[in-house]
Design a protein around this ligand. Structure first.
Ligand SMILES: [Zn+2]
Length: 323
């Protein structure tokens, strides 16, 4: 399988744009994708592993599947389980039709029919045992090998702030890696399902090229390029093309292509959200005021030259559009 070397925008008719800010590390506790060297913004107690580092990758795999010997056992058993039974019918070989040759009376015919029915029933039960029991055992084993994800982790978004505003672009929009749609920020959540009730988050990723939020009270918040915490309530389930998904995951987990180990982010469901200019958001978390580096010196101080900047990772929640 060939892999595209970058996640540059490849939407038709658009010139190539620079890649999105790097991730490459994952919080082992809440599975938030982070920039290399970045601490988890959800909790300082969370442990972060760099996936470019084999030891970090092994720590994530151990958290997801178990220690290496357990993973090897699962791999071997899964390979063995992949060989399905032939399902060939043994009913064909009983040769009873030959027994029904001429020269038999009615009582003998009845006895032969009864015998045939008994043999058929025994063969049918044997066939059920031979095919269904190993299948049930494999299903039971597989149910014990479910990867461990995050069931209910704090989202790190903090309390409602009441600071609502509208997204304004300060950088050109970029093609989002899974759909190619141009946007200023995107979020992806990968979910593993086991049965119809057990859902586990395996990855949460949100990143931006940077933008500003024009607050309703006239202030401005600068969201710098990099990772952010984004509420995923409004995310939709998508089915991205296989190659786009592979390229996207390789960006976060560069070792996955060369690895023969189990998957670091096994999933059934891809949830997805993008942010564009004009959308309304609530800015949460602590902010501090700073001078706007882009402001043109005007000889006097005005409110437009002051920006609010998040302390640490930006925390945003999508808000309904104003009536
Ligand atoms: Zn975390």
């Amino acid at each position: 399988m060939t892999r595209s070397p970058s996640l540059a925008n490849n939407a038709p008719g658009r010139r190539a744009a620079p890649a999105w800010p790097a991730r490459g590390a994952l919080c082992l506790d809440c599975r938030t994708a982070l920039a290399p060297g970045q601490g988890c913004p959800v909790s300082p107690r969370h442990r972060v592993a760099s996936l470019a580092d084999p030891a970090g990758r092994d720590a994530l795999l151990t958290r997801v599947w178990g220690p290496r010997p357990v993973r090897e056992h699962i791999r071997d058993a899964t390979r063995a389980g992949a060989v399905s039974g032939t399902g060939s019918s043994v009913l064909d070989s009983c040769g009873l039709i030959d027994c029904l040759g001429g020269g038999v009376d009615l009582a003998e015919l009845g006895a032969i029919a009864l015998l045939a029915a008994v043999i058929a029933a025994v063969v049918f039960v044997l066939w059920l045992v031979i095919t269904l029991v190993p299948r049930a055992i494999r299903a039971w084993r597989r149910s014990r090998w479910q990867p461990r994800g995050v069931r209910r982790a704090p989202d790190g978004l903090g309390r409602p702030s009441g600071l609502f505003g509208t997204i304004t672009a300060v950088e050109p929009a970029r093609g989002e890696p899974l759909t190619g749609h141009p946007c200023l920020a995107f979020a992806v959540e990968l979910v593993h399902r086991a049965g119809w009730r057990r859902r586990r988050r395996m990855l949460r990723d949100a990143v931006t090229v940077g933008f500003e939020v024009a607050l309703d009270d006239g202030g401005r918040v600068r969201i710098p390029p990099g990772s952010l915490l984004l509420d995923l309530d409004a995310a939709r389930t998508i089915r991205p093309p296989v190659q786009r998904m592979a390229d996207y995951l390789a960006e976060i987990d560069p070792g996955r292509a060369a690895s023969d180990d189990l998957d670091t982010v096994p999933h059934h469901e891809v949830r997805h959200l993008i942010l564009r200019a004009g959308q309304r958001v609530e800015v949460r978390g602590r902010l501090h005021a700073t001078a706007d580096p882009r402001a043109v010196p005007s000889g006097y101080r005005d409110a437009a030259a002051t920006l609010l900047v998040p302390d640490g990772a930006p925390r945003l929640v999508l808000a309904p559009a104003r009536e």
